[in-house]
Design a protein around this ligand. Structure first.
Ligand code: NAD
Ligand code: UD1
Length: 337
């Protein structure tokens, strides 16, 4: 049993990670400033697991506050998800992204240094790779992010690498997530975007539920099999289980290690739409619109490194991703509000 600090644990991925941690018998402490989430997700985590966690509303840039929480809870290991994640917003407000994602990570590392915690699992992103030289992306693919968001993730990874070079005491795993979708099987937890969803799956779910008129497919003239962009969608509970595997790995592997977490399967926008309609027997009205600035034709993961070294294996297929999203949407049309 570990005492785990989860930063950003009230958010979409963090809340599912908390479920996996509690079910594995760990003690969980969450620090989140709730800038993009609701404390009700913490109630839902406790209700579906039947276990309690400790929640503190706090900004991770408050290093002194973090130190006192970590000391009070005897934190051994940190899973660091707190951060901002909207690509377009990062272009408008780059300083907010560098402050939260780079400054926030720096503050957390100072708190870890002060309290003696030396194991960290970091939420990175496939966006660090940028326009592909080859596919699938392996972890050795060049990193050339194209947005302040992507750069903030890469800067954070750079700090983590440098820290591991400075001392052999640190054990740090960066998980480069592909496209997490889906919801917990209970339908009590899921993605709860504020305002208009940026991402495809929650948008599809809101159209199917009649909350929005139609989906606009951002371009059908890409160099892909049906002209729409291809991505690697991954069930959020498979992503959560990847964090448990990374925790075990970090117990013995000193230094900095990066792993892709994706299924290795590319799915186009049209294919995801068709899967959602077929699985849930619903109609999703849609139209073709212009391309979205900055979108890449296609990318997907080579997950071999995570499979071999972490012993991780995604278990859920596209139908599970669509079905769980839909059940969460029906049960909670307004998310946690
Ligand atoms: P989310 O917005 O639902 O969760 C992030 C959480 O961090 C939120 O609860 C937010 O309130 C909190 N937070 C943000 N800044 C904070 C700060 N300064 N102090 C304390 N709390 C803060 O997003 P998510 O989808 O769950 O993403 C979690 C992590 O995974 C993020 O770091 C994101 O960049 C990364 N990631 C997400 C995706 C994705 O598609 N969702 C893909 C790749 C990587
Ligand atoms: C986005 C982020 C990326 C992040 C990833 C996972 C951008 C440019 N990139 O990527 O940094 O790592 O999410 O969270 O925002 N689509 C539509 N209509 C919609 C919404 C999306 O056609 O209303 C299309 C997009 O053009 C894209 C695909 O669906 O081709 C998936 O979009 P999205 O869910 O936003 O993920 P990414 O573009 O992969």
């Amino acid at each position: 049993m570990l005492n785990v600090l989860v930063t950003g644990g009230a958010g979409y991925i963090g809340s599912h990670v908390c479920v996996a941690l509690l079910e594995a018998g760990h003690q969980v402490t969450v620090v989140d400033n709730l800038c993009n989430s609701s404390a009700r997700s913490m109630d839902a985590v406790q209700s579906v697991t039947g276990r309690t966690l400790n929640f503190t509303q706090m900004d991770i840039r408050d290093t002194t506050g973090l130190v006192s929480v970590m000391q009070a809870r005897s934190v051994d290991v940190v899973i660091h998800l707190a951060g901002l994640k909207a690509v377009g917003e990062s272009v408008q407000s780059p300083l907010a992204y560098y402050s939260n994602n780079v400054g926030g990570t720096l503050s957390l590392l100072h708190a870890m240094e002060a309290t003696g915690a030396r194991r960290l699992i970091f939420s990175s992103s496939a966006t660090v790779y940028g326009v592909p030289d080859f596919l699938p992306y392996t972890e050795t693919h060049p990193t050339r992010p194209s947005s302040p968001y992507g750069h903030s993730k890469l800067h954070a990874e750079r700090m983590l690498r440098d820290l591991c070079h400075s001392s052999g005491d640190w054990s740090i795993v960066a998980l480069r997530y592909f496209n997490p979708v889906g919801a917990h099987a209970s339908a009590e937890l899921g993605e709860d975007p504020r305002g208009t969803p940026n991402n495809l799956m929650p948008f599809i779910a809101q159209v199917a539920a009649g909350l929005r008129d139609r989906l606009t497919i951002f371009g059908d003239d890409y160099a892909t099999r049906d002209g729409t962009c291809v991505r690697d969608y991954l069930h959020v509970m498979d992503l959560a289980s990847g964090h448990l595997e990374a925790l075990s790995y970090s117990a013995t592997a000193a230094g900095f290690h990066a792993f892709n977490l994706g299924t290795g399967q590319g799915t186009s926008v049209r294919e995801l739409l068709a899967a959602f309609e077929a699985t849930n027997r619903v109609r999703v009205p849609h139209e073709i619109g212009p391309r979205r600035a900055g979108d890449i034709d296609a990318f997907w993961a080579d997950p071999a490194r995570a499979v071999i070294h972490l012993g991780w294996k995604p278990r859920h297929d596209l139908a599970d991703m669509c079905e769980s999203t839909w059940r969460w949407q029906l049960a909670h049309p307004r998310g946690f509000q």
